[in-house]
Ligand binder design. Structure first.
Ligand SMILES: Nc1ncnc2c1ncn2[C@@H]1O[C@H](COP(=O)(O)OP(=O)(O)OP(=O)(O)O)[C@@H](O)[C@H]1O
Ligand SMILES: [Mg+2]
Length: 241
């Protein structure tokens, strides 16, 4: 049974998919078996790993209880990293008939990393499915007041499924040359004491380019982005296993 981490924030563009793919690849690089689960109908993680349309068994069949999760996992070309790709049918699945945590229990892997969509709505319930099934939730937040505004709602949503010591804020797209970065961090530390990951993900052009080339650990193996995700991996392996 894997340890499952959901990447969730109902705000868009904060780095959920970047963290899912690059954390997954860095865990895999360390020798652990990883399955990335793309619960976002946008299919960004699947596209990044070039498996957007190459699945045989769609994820919708797993969520509706018609297929075993292990039969729907695809290779990615990266050692130790496999994926349950998103499919177009996620858009009109409606309410799944299984508890996703039951499917995850049958998954043969050390880790499952779940990329959630930027929403928390009954119409597209995939964030709720992912967060409820996960052992831990990581919420990427960028140095922006708009991110802070939505964070309280995201916190309420996450804590409706996760005990308060099992979710973390990952400060992402961080540029320390901008003074506002420190201001937002201080606000985060005040409003959410002890919930900030000790590792942050700096702004890095190689991370922005990586979706066209592959996971950062393979595309730009000596970049700051790769270093940050390797450091995040070490902390997660110590904290969440
Ligand atoms: N640390 C970083 N440095 C530079 N660019 C980044 C970084 N993290 C993410 N980005 C870029 O920011 C954009 C949004 O990132 P990403 O797709 O990971 O966010 P998301 O939260 O998954 O978005 P969505 O809500 O649409 O699913 C992308 O263009 C990505 O390449
Ligand atoms: Mg995304």
């Amino acid at each position: 049974m894997p340890t499952t981490i959901a990447l969730h924030n109902q705000k868009g563009g904060v780095g959920k998919t970047t963290a899912s793919v690059c954390l997954g690849a860095a865990l895999a690089e360390s020798g652990d078996q990883v399955v990335l689960i793309d619960l976002d109908p946008q299919a960004d993680a699947s596209r990044w790993l070039q498996v957007a349309h190459s699945y045989v068994v769609p994820i919708s069949s797993v969520l509706s209880g018609q297929a075993d999760i292990n039969s729907a996992i695809e290779p990615t070309g990266v050692d130790n990293l496999r994926i349950l790709p998103a499919s177009d049918r996620l858009r009109d699945l409606g309410e799944p008939v299984i508890q996703f945590e039951d499917a995850l229990n049958a998954l043969e892997s050390d880790w499952a990393i779940v990329d959630c969509p930027p929403s928390w709505s009954p119409r597209i319930p995939y964030s709720q499915i992912g967060v409820r099934a996960a052992d831990y939730t990581v919420v990427p937040v960028t140095p922006s007041s708009m991110d802070l505004d939505g964070l309280e709602r995201t916190r309420e949503n996450v804590e409706s499924y996760t005990s308060d010591d099992r979710w973390w804020v990952l400060y992402s797209k961080v540029d320390r040359r901008v003074s506002y970065t420190d201001t937002v961090e201080q606000r985060l530390r005040r409003s959410l004491p002890n919930r900030l990951c000790p590792v942050e993900i700096r702004t890095n052009i190689k991370l922005a380019e990586a979706p066209d080339h592959g996971p950062i650990t393979e595309y730009a193996t000596s970049s700051r982005g790769a270093d940050d995700f390797r450091n995040l991996t070490s902390w997660i392996q110590e904290t969440m296993q």
